[in-house]
Design a binder for this molecule. Structure first.
Ligand code: COA
Length: 173
């Protein structure tokens, strides 16, 4: 039997935090580098001004993962705005636990994110993936995603907290 895909609820945040740490390991980032807290996930997802949407993949009754739980994947996304195109949905994480890969769970999560983005009037769905992740890049391409680095030479920049603080301190307006 297939997983069900359902919205994340506040009670699921603990498991989501665990899966966020797993995807960090998948990206060879130590789990200690994951700074988001359970409180932040609860407040930012379910507080007065929600900052993200999250959908989960839940195993059918009777099946569990090796931790004895039933949630084996998730997609977490936020809304961004393109001055050229308008509203976008940005998928920050799309993840399925390794032992459950190849069962079309990732595809169902991606389809859910696409459905949500259409329902919310977005014209694009975006995400970043490490360019050493050939399997994930092929997965995204197979489902219609375009590699913007290869196609349009876009490079991703990030201002970390130190750089951000320096810039902000220089602002005179
Ligand atoms: C990417 C990821 C979510 C895929 O999850 P999954 O559950 O194993 O994927 P699925 O079983 O749903 O994939 C099945 C579908 O994708 C296609 N697919 C899967 N891997 C593929 C690949 N390497 N190349 C081309 N197509 C692929 C299958 O053909 C199938 O599509 P179809 O029904 O049209 O035939 C999973 O590998 C993962 O969690 N990776 C680590 C996290 C990560 O890096 N995420 C960010 C990038 S997506």
């Amino acid at each position: 039997m297939n997983c069900i895909i359902r919205p994340c609820m506040v009670k699921d945040c603990k498991v989501i935090l665990q899966l966020i740490k797993e995807i960090a390991v998948d990206y060879k980032v130590p789990p200690t580098d994951v700074k988001v807290t359970l409180e932040a996930l609860r407040e930012d997802g379910f507080g007065a001004r929600p900052q993200y949407d999250c959908y989960l993949a839940e195993l059918p009754p009777g099946e569990t993962n090796k931790e004895g739980g039933s949630i084996v994947g998730y997609v977490l996304s936020t809304y961004t705005y393109s001055a050229w195109k308008g509203r976008n949905l940005y998928m920050d994480n799309l993840y399925v636990q390794p032992q459950f890969r190849g069962r079309r769970i990732g595809k169902q999560l991606l389809e859910k994110a696409a459905q949500v983005s259409m329902a919310k009037g977005c014209c694009q769905l975006r995400m970043h993936v490490g360019n050493w992740k050939a399997n994930e890049m092929d997965f995204l391409a197979h489902h219609g995603g375009e590699d913007l680095t290869a196609k349009e030479c876009w490079t991703l920049f990030r201002f970390n907290e130190d750089a951000l603080r320096r810039l902000a301190a220089r602002s005179t307006f």
